[in-house]
Ligand binder design. Structure first.
Ligand code: ADP
Length: 268
């Protein structure tokens, strides 16, 4: 990888030799480039619905001024675009919050089974709307872990919503929750939660990119389904905060499995 160096000329000695120091600016440059990319992405994501809103306002004032049917149709589209902007702002705020708390180890004891169960119940209407069912496979009701209940609820909301979004009519999303006494990842007790779907899945080569902000396998599909491209980035930060691991697997055409492995013991 290319490096960026800042060279300081510190001193010229009387014998003509020169003392120079080198400062490695690679990390600073990379952070700057990431920030610029992020701002460009956010601006682009906000501009698309804004342009649509401005266009429709003009139409409502002009061409559709005396056409109530067109007005109703346009207002409905405007509502969708405003909702899209709202989702984006909410996800950006979540991302900010989870980044700000990433170094703070959560210590509250959370009833993980209760969290997953209530998220699944809350998403029941969305499942119904898409003609799908959410089932609980192996589900250990007694799993408790140190964590942040709201953030963990957000993890499973994002994963189950994705499973529902990227699958379709008649398909099933399966939830598993198990406590493992000695997990190689945590070198101790762990809670292992998986969300599996039977949808389109994705090429496993893309897995490392899925948790990047604004990365989507199919941008058009994600936008159509109301995605912001930030869901898995938020999941990754929350799992990191819990010192856990997110495992992603998929067989294209057959579905995907997202597994969250969380330490189940309070850190000393
Ligand atoms: P989005 O808001 O676009 O859903 P995410 O960060 O939640 O953003 O996910 C990033 C991308 O990963 C999605 O756009 C989609 O391409 C892919 N993806 C996530 N979950 C699934 C899934 N269960 N099945 C297939 N593709 C998925």
């Amino acid at each position: 990888r290319d490096k960026t160096w800042l060279v300081h000329l510190a001193r010229i000695e009387t014998d003509g030799s020169v003392l120079m120091t080198f400062e490695d600016l690679t990390a600073t440059e990379e952070a700057g480039a990431m920030r610029r990319d992020f701002v460009a992405n956010v601006s682009h994501e906000l501009r698309t619905p804004l342009t649509a809103l401005i266009g429709f306002i003009e139409t409502l004032r002009g061409a559709a001024k005396n056409d109530p049917a067109a007005q109703a149709r346009f207002l409905e589209i405007m509502e969708c675009e405003a909702a899209r902007m709202n989702r984006l702002v909410e996800d950006l705020m979540s991302l900010n919050r989870v980044e700000a708390t990433e170094r703070m180890r959560p210590s509250e004891i959370v009833d993980l089974a209760g969290v997953v169960r209530s998220v699944a119940n809350a998403l029941e209407p969305l499942a119904k709307e898409r003609g799908m069912t959410v089932v609980r496979d192996t589900f250990d009701e007694a799993v408790k872990i140190p964590g942040d209940a709201d953030q963990l609820a957000q993890v499973f909301t994002n994963l189950i919503e994705n499973a529902l979004k990227y699958s379709g009519q008649g398909q099933t999303v399966s939830l598993r929750l198990e406590r493992v006494d000695n997990h190689p990842m945590t070198r101790g007790p762990a809670a292992v939660v998986s969300v599996s779907d039977t949808g389109a899945g994705f090429d496993p080569a893309l897995i490392p990119r899925l948790t990047e902000r604004f990365y989507r396998v199919d941008s058009h599909r994600s936008r159509e389904l109301g995605g912001t491209g930030l869901g898995l980035a938020i999941v990754k930060h929350i799992v990191n905060r819990h010192r856990g691991r997110l495992r992603i697997e998929s067989t294209p055409g057959q579905g995907a499995v997202f597994t969250v492995i969380l330490p189940a013991e309070i850190a000393q």
